[in-house]
Design a protein around this ligand. Structure first.
Ligand SMILES: Cc1cc2nc3c(=O)[nH]c(=O)nc-3n(C[C@H](O)[C@H](O)[C@H](O)COP(=O)(O)OP(=O)(O)OC[C@H]3O[C@@H](n4cnc5c(N)ncnc54)[C@H](O)[C@@H]3O)c2cc1C
Length: 334
């Protein structure tokens, strides 16, 4: 007979296939007691929020699945802070904020859970609003030793708590189980996107141009069998409007780029169907790996040549590069 407690469905194929030891849906002090009583009784835990990585389930590990009991969302109109459970998906976060004309700098996909925020969170809006983790105001959860914590970034006095908060901002998945976070949110403004297929020469030109972009603009491109680019412009201020008009004249030179206008960042979806990619293709076992780099400047041509070589050798369509532009406010320590 199948052990039903081991049936676990997540978007990541590797985790889906893992022969996990047990699933735990509720986490409190008693969960840690049995390990404290017997120090030889050690268990390895995986935490599942969105379940989009191979890190949320492994053979013989216990998975703490936060999606079932830690999925509450509560927005405070007065402070603009939204409290979300450790198992909330970015899709649900945006849907909730949209009711209040607010937004949050999520990444290129709505599929991830709060793992997106806890691992930094690079968004097309990061050049203006910083990384997703920079917007964390409060945090609740447990350390690996079972100790509970509840911290508010704006009310920290003790040096020790300050250090813990810094640690959580840099490496939460390595030593905590986060059950709830409070996030700063932002008023929604219109978004203009220039998007379409481009060739390698155009990519080179556009990367060089984008390295001079103001903070309300960012470039993301997906390099697979073909190259698809998104130049995202947020129009919040009068200055943004003037800049958008200036860049529209310049970008119209690229005849393949279409202009799309959105009421809010919440309405934008990346990963075009025409590229024939899938955000997560269940028939291939894949993992998202993140690399940070500086501006490419004079190295842009060589970079594209190397990327083309690697791309030629890829085994399937689940292997692609999704590049996101950082800089401006995402470079500043918050
Ligand atoms: C299609 C796609 C597009 C993406 N686009 C972007 C992007 O634009 N920008 C970007 O920055 N990233 C992007 N990512 C990467 C993604 O944000 C990370 O892989 C993230 O860790 C996934 O989080 P999750 O909650 O979905 O995954 P999970 O597999 O549930 O968790 C991932 C890791 O975080 C830990 N974790 C999750 N929740 C908690 C918690 N509550 N407490 C403690 N640890 C926890 C887990 O232990 C695990 O190690 C993308 C991923 C995919 C699949």
């Amino acid at each position: 007979m199948i052990d039903k407690s081991n049936l676990f469905k997540v978007p990541n194929s590797n985790s889906n296939d893992a022969k996990i030891k047990k699933i735990v849906y509720e986490i409190d002090k008693s969960f840690f007691e049995k390990f404290k009583k017997d120090s030889t009784n050690k268990e390895y835990l995986c935490i599942c929020s969105g379940g989009t990585t191979s890190g949320c389930a492994k053979d013989n590990y216990i998975t703490v699945d936060l999606r079932k009991n830690y999925n509450k969302i509560k927005f405070d109109k007065k402070t603009g802070i939204i409290n979300i459970g450790g198992g909330v998906l970015m899709d649900d976060l945006l849907k909730n904020l949209d009711k209040f004309n607010r937004t949050f700098p999520i990444g290129l996909s709505t599929l991830p859970g709060i793992g997106y925020i806890l691992t930094g969170g690079v968004s097309p809006l990061s050049r203006r609003y910083g990384l997703a983790i920079d917007s964390v105001i409060t945090v609740k959860g447990f350390f690996g030793n079972g100790e509970y914590f509840s911290l508010n970034k704006e009310k920290i006095i003790k040096e020790k708590e300050h250090k813990i908060m810094e640690g959580i901002k840099g490496a939460a998945p390595f030593f905590t189980i986060i059950t709830e976070i409070g996030l700063k949110t932002f008023k929604s403004y219109p978004i203009k996107i220039f998007e379409g297929f481009i060739n390698k020469n155009e990519l080179e030109e556009l990367i060089i141009k984008s390295e001079e972009f103001p903070k309300n603009m960012s470039t993301q491109w997906i390099f697979s069998d073909q190259i698809y680019i998104y130049i995202v412009v947020e129009i919040k201020t009068e200055k943004d409007k003037i800049l958008a008009e200036k860049y529209t004249v310049d970008l119209k030179k690229y005849s393949s780029l279409k202009i799309r206008n959105y009421k809010s960042f919440n309405d934008v979806r990346f990963f075009p169907k025409e590229l024939n990619l899938f955000e997560l293709n269940l028939s291939n076992h894949s993992e998202v790996i993140s690399l940070l780099g500086n501006d490419l400047k004079n190295n842009t041509k060589d970079f594209i040549a190397v990327l083309s070589e690697i791309n030629f050798l890829k085994p399937n369509k689940s292997c692609y590069v999704a590049s996101q532009q950082l800089g401006c406010n995402s470079n500043k320590k918050k």
